[in-house]
Design a protein around this ligand. Structure first.
Ligand SMILES: Nc1ncnc2c1ncn2[C@@H]1O[C@H](COP(=O)(O)OP(=O)(O)OP(=O)(O)O)[C@@H](O)[C@H]1O
Length: 719
């Protein structure tokens, strides 16, 4: 008794805190533009199986729709999946919806109703009813359960981004709603192409044997009035069932596809443009951040959209330097970077309130562009640019290019202000430039290498790739190229079906090329998987090396990193860095400082290394572990070094080049000139052949992460 009483009280306190928060948040939920539409939306979902929902940013789509549907009779036996393009949004939305429902989050309690699942982090409990997950994770789940039987409803959020994964999901879901008559699908965004989506789903009833139109009063649907349990009442402010308001363009009740538009945003956002265009967006951002900081009252955090990790880190340095020069009359500034390669814990810091008398300045890539509400943000600074993945036909590879964003991306960015109060958005480009932007981003499926997408389809039983129902069909040539690439990787058999190796690759959270490297390294004749995992983990972050800008810093780095550098190139140098770091047991911080390596990046590498190790154990690519900790790999001898590089060659045979008499390098496929990037250890050195991980375009075509290969090794592979 003595022991259990305090525990019980703690539990009760925890529950009552959650409930108090739920009640408090209910008042703000009722003010959202979507709130008065909930009865309509529930009604649409009883009558039809697919709802295409558009509504302004901040109207309440991502947080409210799953809650509106949770207690519907048709949803009782299934979970609700809500997909997000990025993990940062999936996690923050799950946290918010758990609070709004008065539920613990994820695996923290069996009573939790809300959880999330992102790459390397499944935070759900057996009681999870609403699961936020990245698009890639839902596709991964389809490997185990092709019909997604655990779900009664799939919500595809932010569909306008048109990632390859979203297009694949839409194609699979079109087939699934035909097959599973009880499944409901909601597709939503602030800037969705509603008509295109409606006609995509239009024929789900016509072509189906099983599709039936579900009547709003039949036993399957029920009227729901008694089914709400402890759900927060909605009947106070809603319109009558079935009454479509002027803005709702729901189709007839016999139609399986319904469209609905939710009008209005909660708070206004004033948008300002530059009068004269600027090229130097870093200087313009710096200027704007300090103008806001010095003129605008507190509270009011700033969210600035930059192109990538490098521009974020440069701007962070500048803002911090300038902030030191401000007098104590001004509030303090807390700069928080946000980009994909940042560890999850560091990403989540943006959601914490700023300390007293401090203004948060979040410098982000487009990962905060959609779905997220960053508490405290009143000002958005938009550079109008983003790094966009694009397939370069000339070299046959994907590369990241800095490009102007679309108008819908600009509107999404603007929508990050005005979520808790009125906001302002500063666009660092002219109004004319905004007008000339494309309305929507080009679907990724039209601009990227499709190998991963095709492998995803093959692994989920789609043999006729050309017959797959794509929302926008990629070219036949692009699909054939992907099929050929997968065939060369050994992921497809002669008959075009997926091979056993292809299945293993599809289960790894890696590109097919890197997956092939891992599979190769596990072969008995190679046996270098632990080394390869160390290297692949390093390649998952943008770079582990701290940037060195001045000549003096470069010389210092040269000396500091001398012990780690390997004449064979960057892959083995990265391996030496991981080995040095993991072998250092007393002071890793000092070790990274001594070698001019980013501690943050290295911690991230350790995280990915751990996850990859676990996945390889699960896939039986590694022998069962005798200990739970990952051993430090040994320095590879000459023979092992060759094996490691040959593994990379197996995955990246198309990323190879040979030395020409004039000292330049020409790619084997495409005969393009390519230079070794200055960040590479091989920069300025000569080798008869090279293999590289990626192409970067700045002033010219550069190969990054490069290693030496012997031309003889290539004969086997290119034959
Ligand atoms: N983590 C949070 N902290 C504070 N308020 C939040 C949070 N998440 C959501 N909200 C509130 O709920 C509102 C609705 O958010 P929600 O994400 O559901 O809108 P949305 O229509 O999906 O927006 P978008 O199209 O921009 O993704 C926000 O404007 C904000 O007021």
């Amino acid at each position: 008794m003595e022991v259990s009483r305090p525990l019980k009280r703690k539990h009760e306190d925890g529950t009552s805190n959650l409930q108090a928060k739920r009640v408090k948040l209910l008042d703000s939920r009722k003010l959202l533009p979507i709130w008065p539409r909930q009865k309509d939306i529930r009604q649409y979902m009883r009558q039809g199986r697919v709802l295409i929902l558009s509504g302004e940013t901040g109207s309440g789509k991502s947080t409210q729709i799953p809650q509106f549907l949770l207690h519907e009779p048709w949803c009782k036996s299934g979970k609700i999946a809500v997909t997000q393009p990025r993990r940062v949004a999936a996690i923050s939305l799950a946290r918010r919806v758990a609070e709004e429902l008065g539920s613990p989050l994820g695996s923290s309690s069996p009573a939790s109703k809300v959880g999330y699942s992102v790459r390397f982090d499944d935070n759900t409990s057996p009681g999870t009813r609403i699961k936020f997950l990245t698009e890639g994770m839902l596709l991964q789940e389809m490997l185990r359960d092709a019909d997604l039987k655990q779900y009664g409803c799939i919500i595809i959020d932010e569909v306008h981004e048109r990632s390859v994964n979203v297009d694949l999901l839409l194609g699979f879901l079109k087939g699934l709603v035909r097959k599973r008559r009880e499944l409901r699908v909601v597709v939503m965004s602030a800037t969705a192409d509603v008509e295109g989506l409606r006609s995509f789903f239009e024929d789900i009833s016509q072509q189906s044997d099983t599709a039936v139109v579900i009547n709003g009063t039949d036993a399957t649907a029920g009227n729901g009035a008694d089914d709400q349990g402890s759900w927060d009442g909605f009947s106070d402010d809603v319109s009558k069932p079935g009454t479509a308001s002027a803005t709702a363009n729901g189709h007839s009740q016999n139609d399986s596809v319904t469209t609905c538009h939710v009008e209005g945003r909660q708070y206004p956002v004033i948008t300002r443009y530059l009068d004269i265009a600027t090229e130097d967006v870093i200087a313009a951002s710096l200027n704007r951040i300090f103008q806001i900081h010095c003129k605008e009252p507190m509270p009011g955090d700033i969210l600035a959209f930059m192109t990538g990790q490098e521009s974020i880190q440069s701007l962070q340095k500048l803002v911090e330097e300038y902030a030191q020069g401000l007098t104590s009359d001004y509030p303090k500034l807390l700069v928080l970077p946000l980009f994909a390669a940042l560890p999850q814990a560091a990403q989540q810091r943006i959601f914490l309130p700023a300390p007293r008398n401090t203004r948060k300045v979040i410098l982000s890539t487009n990962i905060a562009e959609t779905s997220v509400t960053v508490p405290g943000v009143r000002f958005v600074v938009d550079t109008g640019k983003a790094k966009i993945k694009q397939f370069r036909n000339s070299i046959g590879l994907d590369s990241l290019l800095i490009k102007p964003i679309s108008r819908s991306s600009a509107d999404q960015r603007q929508g990050r202000a005005g979520r808790e109060a009125a906001g302002q958005c500063y666009r660092l480009y002219t109004q004319q430039s905004y007008q000339s932007l494309d309305q929507d981003p080009t679907p990724e499926i039209l601009r990227c290498d499709l190998s991963q997408a095709v492998l995803t389809m093959k692994a989920r039983g789609v043999d006729d790739i050309l017959g797959f129902p794509f929302l926008t069909s990629p070219s036949r040539e692009a699909l054939e190229k992907a099929l050929l690439h997968l065939y060369r990787l050994g992921a497809l058999q002669d008959d075009g079906k997926i091979s056993p190796a292809g299945r293993q690759i599809a289960r790894l959270p890696l590109t097919p090329s890197l997956g092939r490297v891992v599979i190769e390294a596990a072969k008995p004749e190679k046996q270098c998987l632990p080394h390869v995992i160390d290297i692949v983990a390093c390649l998952s972050v943008e770079t582990i090396w701290l940037s060195v800008e001045t000549e003096e810093a470069r010389e210092r780095a040269q000396i500091a990193r001398q012990q780690l550098q390997r004449r064979q190139g960057d892959h083995l140098t990265l391996l030496a860095a991981v080995q040095g770091y993991t072998a250092e047991n007393s002071d890793r911080k000092r070790w990274v400082d001594d070698h001019l390596i980013s501690h943050r990046a290295m911690r991230n590498v350790m995280d990915v290394r751990k996850q990859l190790w676990a996945q390889c154990l699960q896939a039986k690519l590694l022998p069962k572990a005798s200990t739970s900790s990952i051993p430090t790999t040994t320095q590879p001898d000459e023979e092992t070094s060759e094996k490691i590089l040959r593994c990379f060659l197996a995955g990246f045979s198309t990323n190879t080049a040979h030395l020409c008499p004039d000292g330049s390098y020409k790619t084997f496929s495409g005969n393009q000139t390519v230079a070794i990037h200055p960040s590479s250890w091989l920069f300025g050195r000569k080798a008869e052949g090279i293999v590289y991980q990626e192409f970067v375009f700045t002033s010219k075509a550069y190969a990054r992460n490069v290693s030496v290969v012997q031309l003889g090794w290539l004969d086997d592979i290119l034959a």
